[in-house]
Design a protein around this ligand. Structure first.
Ligand SMILES: Cc1ncc(COP(=O)(O)O)c(C=O)c1O
Length: 455
């Protein structure tokens, strides 16, 4: 192939690096890659079964509906749909957002809402608004892997508070806050995904939600509630979002259409008190002027048909079946020492293996078998944590592929277990019924979930 000036370089050469290194901003030194984005490139290969991404199953969206809506936009609103729009987003999009939040019992003032380019941009804008280098941000351990690069790029000092089966341990949070008080430091915010958390699949109990909101109020502490999964509940009773409990004084809310409609449209939002919102709007103007007007039109069309709840109900049915299949496959193919969560909603299961298995190494093996997952390390600021854990997604592929994917990962694990036995002469045969969360396991110190997987 002929060399053209536009051809992409295969590698960054060290001479290239030297040429630019002196120009880089300090923040680039602490920027981290999003593990999921790296994996996306590999998992795009059609032969790979990806249990790695957080992908909703967009194949379930009826193509005919999509075609009809886009045609209507073209016929009725081409000029506006192809034009810039207000930084805050169209009022009609905000109406749809208010409707979605209403389905979980929230009643935001439309003036407190801004439409963003996905929930991801909302997290970025919140950090841009609140975080100076060295500021403290508190989040869960493990936390949403996509938030880690954001906190790092704003040079936050991020403190992680462990989760258990009931979400963030709010007692531990109080201890962290007390310690920070002693140092004369005040965190800029506490970031939480309280419902069907990414990556652990756990949900914060009502008692902890109440306590967290109370703490926020007492201490005038901001809480960022990131809630992409609240409407994707397969079982159990709905719980009030933190935003509803607080009323929006100290809780900044982040939402998205990604998991209930489409991530490709890149539409999310945040709801914040007016003084914070004012700064967020300025930050967004600098970032991208406005969110896609074309996809805002799509959402407007889609909501005008009034069947968005039915579509979510259909997703819930599908994902419930896939969750069940994944749990059943884990029981069948993972070793008895493994533990995992059994979420009542959302898209993810978090599995923890014996401590001598490094899931980063395991991923390399798994990829040779054409299957992918997210290594647990991606969910921690301190990359020495989470090394025996993994995030498994059950929404993006069908039940047959889930069975096969888990079987292949199980096979790779079995080889590691065998190798460990051969090297140490130890038979790793803890019976499932005796394996306790936290059994001498660095990953378990990380996340002492009750064992769900025995049997
Ligand atoms: C907890 C959480 N927050 C934010 C996002 C970002 O989603 P998006 O930018 O597609 O809205 C995700 C995506 O997986 C997520 O799981």
């Amino acid at each position: 192939m002929e060399e053209t000036p536009h051809r992409r370089r295969a590698h960054t050469r060290s001479s290239d690096l030297a040429r630019y290194a002196g120009l880089f901003a300090a923040r680039t030194g602490v920027m981290r890659s999003s593990a999921m984005r790296d994996l996306m490139a590999i998992t795009a290969r059609p032969e790979v079964i990806s249990l790695a991404g957080g992908l909703p199953d967009t194949s379930t969206f009826p193509a005919a509906t999509f075609a009809a809506q886009m045609t209507r936009i073209a016929q009725e609103s081409t000029a506006e749909a192809l034009q810039y729009g207000p930084t805050e987003g169209f009022a009609e999009t905000v109406d749809c957002i208010v409707e979605v939040m209403g389905a979980e019992g929230m009643l935001p003032d439309p003036d407190d809402v801004i439409v963003t380019t996905g929930g991801q941009q909302a997290i970025d804008l919140i950090c841009k608004t609140l975080v100076d280098p060295g500021d403290v941000v508190v989040c869960e351990a493990p936390t949403y892997p996509g938030a880690v690069p954001v906190f790092c790029s704003y040079q936050a000092e991020t403190i992680q508070v462990d989760c258990d089966a009931d979400g963030m341990k709010v007692d531990d949070l109080e201890a962290v806050l007390a310690q920070l008080d002693g140092e004369g430091r005040r965190p800029k915010f506490v970031y939480s995904v309280p419902s069907f958390q990414n990556p652990a699949g756990v949900t914060m109990s009502l008692e902890r939600r109440r306590r967290l909101v109370e703490l926020a109020r007492q201490r005038e502490l901001l809480v960022v509630e990131d809630n992409p999964y609240g409407l994707l509940r397969f079982g159990g009773e709905p719980l009030p979002p933190l935003y509803q409990l607080d009323g929006g004084d100290f809780v900044i809310y982040v939402g998205t259409f990604s998991k209930i409609l489409s991530p490709g449209i890149r539409l999310g939002w945040t709801v914040a008190p007016p003084p914070v919102m004012e700064k967020i709007v300025l930050g967004k103007q600098a970032s991208d002027l406005c969110t896609s007007t074309l996809t805002q039109h799509f959402v407007r069309e889609y909501f005008s048909e009034g069947c968005w709840r039915d579509y979510i109900a259909s997703l819930v049915e599908i994902y419930r079946g896939r969750r069940d299949t994944m749990v059943e496959s884990l029981r069948r193919h993972f070793p008895p020492q493994a533990t995992w969560t059994e979420p009542e909603g959302g898209l993810f299961i978090w599995a923890t293996l014996p401590e001598y298995i490094d899931t980063g190494d395991l991923l390399a093996k798994a990829l040779r078998e054409d299957v992918a997952f997210v290594p647990g390390q991606a969910a921690y600021i301190d990359e020495s944590r989470g090394r025996s854990s993994m995030r498994l997604n059950f929404s993006g592929v069908g039940e047959e592929e889930i069975r096969e994917g888990v079987r292949r990962i199980g096979k790779a694990i079995a080889e590691q277990v065998e190798l460990y036995g051969a090297l140490t002469g130890e038979q790793d045969t803890v019976p499932a019924s005796e394996a306790q969360p936290g059994d001498g396991d660095t990953a378990a110190d990380v996340l002492p979930f009750r064992r769900e997987g025995a049997g």
